[in-house]
Design a protein around this ligand. Structure first.
Ligand SMILES: *[C@@H]1O[C@H](CO)[C@@H](O)[C@H](O)[C@H]1NC(C)=O
Length: 177
């Protein structure tokens, strides 16, 4: 009798755990994210990013359900100031990168060029400046690109006439182009 009640009580619990912990964060990505947070001076918005927890459960993070790699980083409308840390290059499984309505500045890091699987990329409503990088057209999975409401200057790169993949939906408005 004792073992039977033990079984019936624990089974639903196991079922629940296997759903909520379907995937565990890739350790390497977690290290990169902690480095990323530190480079941005540990903003309060990223307070849930702690070394003792699974990064797939952190605020702003989504993981690929098979590999546990970080597939989506979405930080929106909060207080984050600084430049995009170069460590972002290590998050090679990213398909979606959104850093919008923050206070980020500087040029778009050439390291982003290494994120070959990016399909969705938005940096709108920041203070980014410099030229719009011509190499963005090499991201051949890009379907959506929003760089609006920044301080980009110069010309729209001529490479934007010939994206490697299908031409993405683009918003470059409200810059100094
Ligand atoms: C990029 O996407 C492809 C196809 O979805 C996948 O096979 C590959 O593992 C991805 N690369 C990384 C680094 O996750």
């Amino acid at each position: 009798m004792a073992s039977l009640s033990f079984t019936s009580a624990t089974l639903p619990l196991f079922a629940l755990l296997s759903v909520t912990h379907a995937v565990t964060c890739c350790q390497k990505d977690k290290t990169v994210l902690l480095e990323f947070k530190k480079s941005l001076n540990n903003p309060y918005a990223l307070a849930s990013w702690g070394s003792n927890t699974d990064c797939c459960g952190w605020y702003c993070i989504t993981c690929d359900t098979e590999s546990g790699r970080v597939s989506k980083l979405d930080i929106t409308s909060t207080t984050v100031t600084g430049e995009i840390p170069d460590s972002i290059r290590e998050l090679t499984a990213l398909t979606s990168l959104t850093l919008r309505k923050l206070d980020l500045y500087g040029e778009i890091s050439p390291k982003i060029r290494l994120l070959r699987n990016l399909t969705y990329f938005r940096l709108d409503w920041n203070r980014f400046s410099g030229q719009i990088p011509p190499w963005l057209s090499e991201l051949n999975r890009l379907a959506f690109l929003d760089l609006s409401f920044n301080r980009f200057s110069g010309e729209i790169p001529s490479t934007f006439g010939q994206f490697r993949g299908k031409a993405p939906t683009l918003d470059l408005s409200h810059n100094g182009l």
